[in-house]
Structure formats: C-alpha cells, structure tokens
Design a protein around this ligand. Structure first.
Ligand SMILES: C[S@@+](CC[C@H](N)C(=O)[O-])C[C@H]1O[C@@H](n2cnc3c(N)ncnc32)[C@H](O)[C@@H]1O
Length: 280
C-alpha cells in the first residue's frame, strides 16, 4: 500500500501537523479551515491512536492552535509576495501532506511541493499534482532540486515545521545557496529558541510516539543570528501566535492568549522571513 508513513522517521513528523490542522479546523472553525486535512486524516494509512488518546488535553489543544496559526501566517506571507509577483513559484519545502500552496493559488502562480521520495509517493496518491503544480521528490539538502523551480516570475519559499530537524549548518548552507540561486525571492519559515525546540521534542514527538528523530535548529534573535550568515539576507521576524493575528476570537480562551504571549515572548516562537537581495 503506497499511502503508508513509516514509523520513527523524520517523514513521520508530517502526521503531527496534519492531525493538528484537522483538529483545529474542528475546534476553531472561525479561525482555521482545512477541508484537505479533514479528508486526509481518514485516507492515510496511519494509526492515529497515540495522538487521539491525548487530543483532549489542554496543552495538546494549544499545540493544534499553534500549527494552524503558523499555517495562516505562512499563507499570509505567500499571498503578500504574490501581490507583487503574481506569476511566482510558490514552493512548499518539506510539504508533507499540507496544501497551503493551493490555498494561496491565484490562478497564475506555479506550485511546487517538495519532500522525501516516500512522502511524495504518498502525496501523489492522496494529493496528485494539478495544473501548474509539481510534486518533487528530493532531499532538501541536495540542492539539485533548484533546477526544477521556474523562478522566472519570482519565487516565494516556505517551510512549516521543517527546519527544526536540520542542523544549524544545514539551514545556513541551504539559505546561502538559495540566496545565490534565487535573488529577489523570499523564504518564510517558523522557528523558536532552544528551550522551545527541546520542549517540542519532549512533547509533540513523544506524544506522537515518534522515536529516533532529533530536533536541533533553534533561533532566538533572527535578525542578529541569521543576518550574520550572509550580507545578502534581509531578515524580518514576527511572533507566530500573535504577530499576525490578535487571537481575540471568542473561541480562544484567555489562558490560551496568555500562552500565546509566552510562546512568542519567552520561547521566541516566530515566523522568520528572509528576502534574498536582488542582484542587477
Ligand atoms: C513536521 S513535518 C511538516 C510537514 C508540512 N510542512 C506540514 O506543515 O504539514 C516535516 C516534513 O519535513 C520533511 N523533511 C524533513 N527533512 C527533509 C529533507 N532533508 N528533505 C526533504 N524533506 C524533509 C519531512 O519528511 C516531513 O514531511
């Protein structure tokens, strides 16, 4: 059966945000809609019982909200870029079974979904590529995938819940290579500080009973830390829970808004946006 996600691989981590998006669409429909996640949780060959068992817990619920918010934030950044570059490439790095690219489709842009070959095999079954869309099997750390992206109309790259599993040197090497290959493009991704990344490993991965997967890449002050990698990087950062949305929806409790402030503040949970300098 092609739809199977292997246990205890970094690929398996795609299950966590997929399940979280489904739950968030059910619990917070006024904040987040995701018909695809609702459908795919039922279609994929995976035992969700470990996640289901804990899904009523308060911190789990907050985790669902975090995942949905970061998807909304990244979609916002993609739509912003498309306003000035309607024919751009919209590239989902480490896409798992996420359909944010389609949610941002303006009818002109080119959609690309990149992940390891086994994930793309599952994706090809459950979310086969449509017009102007390509599913590309690759290891993101092998930059030969660059050649597959048509960035003639510009490019906006995003990675949701992906770089935590990279070493800092890998993110740095990838970002600098992207600055060379895609001047004028933008890369947006979620990040958090070391404390938060450790906590994520202890909670999210443990609750999903995923073993042998490490989380490494952490950022506190994105402008200072990532800005030091290369002078061609223009960095912006916004809190990932409250930087794009005030969460003043009646479905969100005061306690969750407090946790959101703690997440953005103490944990430096953020959306980092890197603009690659345009060369003439
Ligand atoms: C936590 S999941 C996030 C999936 C998706 N972005 C989402 O929000 O639903 C991390 C994803 O990154 C992918 N990934 C991690 N390292 C990768 C690499 N070196 N090359 C390609 N994909 C990678 C995994 O296979 C997995 O699908």
């Amino acid at each position: 059966m092609n739809y199977k996600i292997e246990k205890n691989t970094v690929q398996e981590t795609l299950i966590i945000p997929l399940y979280a998006r489904k739950m968030c669409a059910e619990v917070y429909p006024s904040l987040y809609r995701d018909e695809t996640a609702l459908r795919l949780v039922n279609a994929v060959d995976y035992n969700f019982s470990a996640l289901q068992k804990k899904s009523h817990r308060l911190m789990q619920r907050f985790g669902f909200l975090e995942v949905a918010m970061r998807q909304n934030d990244l979609a916002f950044e993609v739509r912003e870029y498309l306003k000035s570059h309607p024919n751009a490439a919209v590239v989902n790095l480490g896409c798992g079974l996420d359909s944010t690219g389609r949610a941002c489709d303006n009818g002109k842009c080119k959609l690309y979904n990149l992940d390891f070959p086994d994930v793309i095999a599952v994706r090809n079954e459950l979310l086969p590529a449509r017009d102007r869309e390509k599913n590309i099997p690759c290891d993101l750390n092998d930059t030969s995938w660059f050649e597959r992206i048509d960035a003639s109309g510009g490019a906006v790259f995003f990675a949701a819940g992906v770089f935590y599993y990279f070493l800092k040197e890998q993110v740095k090497t990838l970002v600098r290579a992207m600055a060379d290959a895609f001047p004028g493009a933008v890369l947006a991704f979620d990040a958090a500080n070391e404390k938060a990344v450790k906590l994520m490993l202890k909670t999210w991965l443990k609750d999903a009973e995923i073993k042998d997967v490490g989380a490494y890449f952490a950022v506190s002050d994105a402008k200072r830390e990532i800005g030091a990698w290369d002078s061609r990087l223009h960095i912006a950062s916004r809190g990932y829970m409250l930087g794009y949305h005030d969460l003043k929806d009646p479905s969100v409790s005061g306690f969750f808004r407090f946790l959101a402030r703690v997440g953005d503040g103490v944990m430096n949970m953020q959306i980092v946006k890197i603009g690659f300098e345009q060369t003439i």
